[in-house]
Design a protein around this ligand. Structure first.
Ligand code: FPP
Length: 238
């Protein structure tokens, strides 16, 4: 395991958990088996991030585009989400984690919406790491929904357009209470952002790895953080 500097931990990590399908295919298993094993890595990585003091972890679990997948896979993914919450909520609460959802999750089946709302409510007074699960999430959709909310507030006289700037616009995003993303990790050997946190990543560092998500363990997270800590972040300065 790489020696990381615990005094300089990224505050907000976003992860695009790619490669579940290929992991399963390599083992002649159905795709859903890859997602199930992917869920086990979610459990490990959440625990590890919490332990090392990450303030916010945002996981891309289901995008606005993922509805295009075969119905069976979509159902399987929803089912895994339910298994995750039912098996992990107790642990999430013990770990003082604030559980949140980013994305328009109202479009998910109503029983899942209820489960998510219940988990959000139960963990809302916690004070530890924020775990954002991105569900029916798309960065463009987020920006458009922010603009709609902003327009409503302006129309209702609750907000003046003269006060609009990067800080005030942030209040309309799903991640309004989180800092910008410091480190984006994408597993599965693709080098693209796939509509993930496109507003929040303006100054993020990117870490791409060919490891498939079901094989991404704590030591791989440490590699990513080590890499991050050895970069020179200038934020446009010199
Ligand atoms: C991308 O791999 C992965 C997804 C679309 C789903 C991610 C979901 C999980 C890891 C399940 C558990 C999540 C939570 C939060 C409980 P892919 O299917 O596109 O893989 P491929 O590119 O190899 O086909």
């Amino acid at each position: 395991m790489k020696d990381i500097d615990f005094e300089n931990i990224p505050r907000h990590i976003g992860i695009i958990m790619d490669g579940n399908g290929r992991w399963a295919k390599n083992r002649f298993l159905p795709r859903i088996a890859g997602h199930k094993e992917g869920m086990n890595r979610v459990v490990d990585i959440v625990e590890e991030c919490c332990k090392i003091g990450i303030k916010t972890l945002t996981l891309y679990a289901f995008s606005t585009e993922n509805w295009k997948r075969p119905e069976e896979e979509v159902k399987g993914l929803m089912n895994i989400l339910v298994i995750y919450i039912n098996s992990q909520l107790k642990r999430i609460l013990e770990n003082n984690i604030i559980f949140r959802v980013v994305g328009d999750y109202s479009k998910l089946p109503s029983s899942i919406v209820k489960l998510l709302d219940d988990s959000i409510e139960k963990s809302k007074d916690n004070t530890g790491m924020v775990l954002n699960i991105a569900l029916n999430y798309g960065g463009r959709a987020e920006i458009i929904s922010s603009i709609k909310k902003l327009y409503e507030d302006i129309s209702d006289g609750k907000f003046s357009v003269d006060d609009l700037n990067e800080e005030t616009f942030k209040n309309y995003l799903y991640t309004k209470e989180n800092s910008d993303v410091d480190l984006i990790i994408r597993t599965g050997n693709e080098k693209r952002i796939s509509n993930f946190l496109i507003y929040q990543l303006a100054y993020s560092e990117f870490y791409f790895t060919d490891i498939l998500w079901p094989e991404f363990y704590a030591e791989d997270l440490y590699d990513a953080i080590y890499d991050f800590q050895n970069r020179n972040r200038r934020f446009g300065g010199i």
